[in-house]
Write a protein that binds this ligand. Structure first.
Ligand SMILES: [Zn+2]
Length: 209
């Protein structure tokens, strides 16, 4: 119970610290949100998006799942994406993976883990597509970390293949999509890829509106 009480006490102290600086902090915050970023990240507890980017409440709309996947049948992720793009009109989407990701590690294993196999299967498909490249690395850590990068790039591609993103590109020339990876050992984010609204999408995935 002490651990739970700690959270509530810390929350009180945090709220007070905000009010001490600006008495209107919460009344202003409660009115509306105009975040500039949608963050799609891993659920891993060591990669808290606001903290590692030093952003305040209201700045970032967040969706997290195991291994930061963009799966085109995931209505949870798609609802977040649609709301962020169409209602909040975020100009930037960031897909952020992290090295040594447990979800990606699981995709490189043959051991069945139960239900989660079906989620991890999405990463296995990326592994299979790049098997030669991934298996060229000597150590398991290197193989995991390369697949982490390839997985991020795949999810960026998945976003660009969605009708939600393509419709916004056609109408408003946003959002930009950024693929990043976070290094747990240094705390540093690395850019992998940026996709701008004029990018070519393969005709198989290209929608007309
Ligand atoms: Zn992870």
């Amino acid at each position: 119970m002490d651990r739970i009480n700690r959270l509530l006490l810390e929350n009180k102290a945090w709220a007070q610290s905000k009010v001490d600086i600006d008495p209107q902090y919460f009344s202003k915050m409660a009115k509306d949100q105009t975040p500039q970023f949608l963050w799609i990240g891993c659920a891993d507890s060591r990669v808290p998006p606001s903290e590692i980017t030093n952003t305040d409440p209201g700045e970032m709309f967040v969706h997290r799942n195991i291994a930061n996947l963009v799966v085109h049948t995931d209505t949870n992720m798609l609802s977040v994406l649609q709301y962020a793009v169409e209602a909040l009109k975020v100009p930037h989407i960031i897909v952020c993976g992290h090295y040594n990701c447990g979800g990606v590690k699981a995709a490189l294993m043959q051991q069945s883990l139960g239900l989660i196999d079906n989620w991890v299967r999405n990463i296995k498909d990326t592994y299979f597509s790049h098997k030669f490249e991934v298996e060229n690395f000597k150590t398991e850590a290197e193989r995991v970390n390369r697949l982490v990068e390839l997985n991020v790039m795949e999810q960026v591609k998945n976003l660009s293949h969605s009708a939600i993103v393509q419709k916004a590109w056609a109408e408003r020339q946003v959002p930009f999509i950024h693929g990043w990876v976070y290094d747990l050992n240094t705390g540093i984010l690395k850019r992998l890829v940026t996709v701008d609204p004029n990018s070519n999408v393969d005709s198989a995935y290209h929608y007309k509106f």
